[in-house]
Design a binder for this molecule. Structure first.
Ligand code: DMJ
Length: 666
């Protein structure tokens, strides 16, 4: 298995290297400071094109249909896009619209409605939007205090959170995916939820607890994290979907993207914001396992959480937040390489498709769309902040160009339904204004000489997974000296990589300092490589030495194994054996040796097989053969588990009970 992994990595590296040189050529003409200002202003214009379009044609409905210039209710029928946009308005310094919006919401919003909503989406978009705007509007130090403001948004947030609380009343503590705002959990509500859905609530609920002095919100969400983490596999991996009553995993694919992503994100960010080391310990263990089992440098794959057998060699667009998270974790070298690889996909299509198959090097069937997602922008901004490498500005400029030429439509920005043909679709998710545009604006404002709340404001800010600004104020944060710098993750037990700061206020970056001021960092990018950048060590993190389980006594629960198509993991005793012993993978290029013509994209012609004998492995690398592959999964006895050659990643989850629970965005 190891040798296969190495070959697979090599193949992926070669793939990314060729794109890397392309990227380097394309970015030879760097963004100048003047251009950074122009780009910042252009992004501002993008925000207003979409925001004004929403206000004119859709408000107070949830979201805008930007092609037909109409509104639509999507998650709750309560002016979702306006709430999600509030802190972006504040960040842009638009006092007038910020104040008017806060006032309207304070007067008109109510949650006493007979509506069943997603706990996850409602938390990250509505609760997060209300709380961040409250913290800006109520505080003189932000420069955006609204004189007439009397905590209306905080009261709304508390009311909303109370209505979400019944969802947490489960034997595992992991919440139901949906809840009715008036009546609590519906009688026939699905008991299956995603890991991201259950594990991405701590920031918003934690902030609410600290603002209201009511511990209940923090307690239930922390309990949900415990419920998930206690059911991790022996490899410290978590699956994608779980039954909140039995605690059984119903979908055992571990990964950093779809259905799991922000579970990792909130472990680290809960530590950074609240200063609670317990979250750090869990993050350390979870992160180490992810880097060990999921990382095929520079890409990430999905594996079975018990066996670590590769299930899907697929890049999915939600994974693109990961390099940004690694910046916060202080693990910048792999972040740089992964960002370059992900950006190469963007360069190839002008957008990132929802799924890109790493075996076929093609867009994954059924995952061709780009719904204006922000993850790549988020990582680009954070990597620029950490390194001040101008190529991230160039990458940002490319993204702006793609959005302007490909996605701009009459009243806003359109989803792209097919990245190969740049077909526009009549929808604009609220996160376009909460995140996508926000991160691009922050990127260029930082380069232009920042004048904004995040960079120059009175507090350190943590971005929620929806991009909402959550400040480490004394009331919210128990952060002590050791993590006053947001990037203080101490990597214990790995002496190969250096820890370093991602804070940008120390040191200088030589070839950038002149133009962009002196508050710059120590990254000295070589002309030819993204990787291996030297960093100075400013880390103040703690090296706890103890695992989370040792310190807090939370051990994992031995899961009850049920039949699972993807994992068919029959013999529990095999858990004692190493992954290498149990599984090996054979990539069998059917047509490689005999020189037969490769079939076209619809006819897959390569096998990636798992064999249980741990014996001979023949690896024929599909990268050098064709653009297509059949991926065949066998169990330990050689029985075929799947044969869906045109596999649509989304189809995996068709056994789940509701679509809302199946695909919560992270
Ligand atoms: C947003 O709602 C959030 O970023 C979430 O964490 C993931 N999905 C979308 C953006 O892609």
């Amino acid at each position: 298995m190891r040798s296969l992994m190495h070959l697979f990595s090599l193949y992926l590296l070669l793939f990314s290297a060729s794109y890397d040189s392309f990227v380097h050529r394309a970015l030879a003409d760097g963004v100048t400071p003047v251009e950074a200002q122009q780009l910042r202003d252009e992004v501002r214009g993008m925000f207003y094109h979409a925001f004004d379009g929403y206000m004119e044609h859709a408000f107070p409905k949830d979201e805008l249909r930007p092609l037909s210039c109409q509104g639509e209710d999507t998650i709750g029928n309560y002016a979702l896009t306006l709430i999600d946009s509030l802190d972006t308005l504040a960040l842009l310094g638009d006092r007038e619209r910020f104040a008017a919006s806060v006032e309207w919401i304070g007067k008109n919003l109510q949650f006493d409605i007979n509506k069943t909503v997603s706990v996850f989406e409602t938390t990250i978009r509505i609760l997060g939007g209300l709380l961040s705007a409250h913290l800006i509007a109520s505080d003189y130090a932000t420069g955006m205090r609204i004189p007439s403001y009397e905590d209306q948004l905080l009261h709304l947030a508390e009311d909303l959170a109370r209505r979400l609380l019944p969802a947490f009343d489960t034997p595992t503590g992991i919440p139901f995916g949906s809840v009715n705002l008036m009546h609590g959990v519906d009688e026939h509500e699905s008991k299956i939820t995603s890991t991201a859905g259950g594990g991405t609530l701590t920031l918003e609920f934690g902030v609410l607890s600290r603002l209201t002095n009511d511990p209940i919100y923090e307690e239930v969400t922390k309990n949900a994290v415990h419920g998930l983490w206690a059911r991790r596999s022996k490899l410290n991996l978590v699956g994608a979907h779980i039954n909140v009553f039995t605690g059984e995993w119903t979908q055992k694919d571990a990964g950093i993207g779809t259905s799991i992503d922000s579970f990792y994100e909130y472990l680290l960010k809960a530590y950074l914001l609240f200063g609670e080391e317990e979250y750090l310990y869990i993050f350390q263990e979870a992160y180490a396992a992810a880097m060990h089992y999921l990382h095929n440098d520079p890409w990430y794959v999905e594996v079975n959480m018990d066996s670590a057998a590769i299930v899907w060699p697929l890049f999915n667009s939600l994974q693109a937040f990961w390099p940004g998270l690694q910046v916060l974790a202080g693990d910048i070298d792999p972040a740089i390489r992964t960002h370059a690889a992900f950006f190469s996909v963007w360069k190839r299509y002008g957008f990132t498709p929802e799924g890109f198959n790493l075996a076929t090097l093609n867009v994954q069937q059924g995952q061709k769309s780009y719904p204006l997602r922000p993850e790549l922008m988020e990582s680009t901004y954070l990597l620029f902040k950490a390194t001040r490498d101008p190529r991230y500005l160039d990458a940002g400029r490319d993204m702006v160009a793609s959005l302007q030429y490909g996605a701009r439509c009459p009243c806003g920005y359109c989803h792209i339904s097919d990245v190969e043909f740049h077909k526009q679709e009549d929808h604009m998710e609220s996160f376009f204004l909460a995140e996508t545009v926000k991160y691009l604006w922050l990127l260029f404002d930082l380069a232009a000489g920042p004048d904004n709340l995040v960079e120059n404001g009175p507090y350190k800010y943590v971005f929620s997974t929806e991009g909402h600004l959550l400040p480490a104020t004394p009331q919210i944060s128990l952060v002590r000296e050791h993590c006053s710098y947001l990037g203080a993750y101490c990597r214990s037990g790995d002496s190969r990589r250096k820890s370093f700061t991602s804070d940008t206020s120390y040191g200088e970056q030589k070839n950038y300092t002149k133009e962009y001021g002196s508050r710059i960092h120590t990254y000295l990018p070589s002309e030819t490589s993204y990787a291996s950048a030297p960093f100075s060590g400013f880390i103040k993190g703690v090296c706890p030495g103890l695992t989370h389980g040792q310190k807090f006594g939370i051990s994992y629960l031995n899961p009850t194994y049920t039949h699972d198509n993807n994992s068919d993991y029959k013999d529990r005793d095999q858990g004692e054996h190493s992954v290498e012993e149990r599984h090996s993978i054979v990539i069998d290029a059917a047509d490689q040796d005999d020189g037969k013509e490769q079939s076209d994209n619809s006819e897959y012609n390569e096998d990636i097989r798992e064999s249980g004998d741990g014996g001979s492995q023949s690896v024929k690398d599909p990268a050098f053969q064709s653009n297509s592959a059949v991926i065949v999964f066998n169990d330990d006895d050689g029985n075929r588990l799947t044969d869906d050659s045109n596999y649509n990643h989304d189809d995996r989850e068709s056994g789940d009970e509701t679509s809302e629970n199946r695909f919560p965005q992270r």
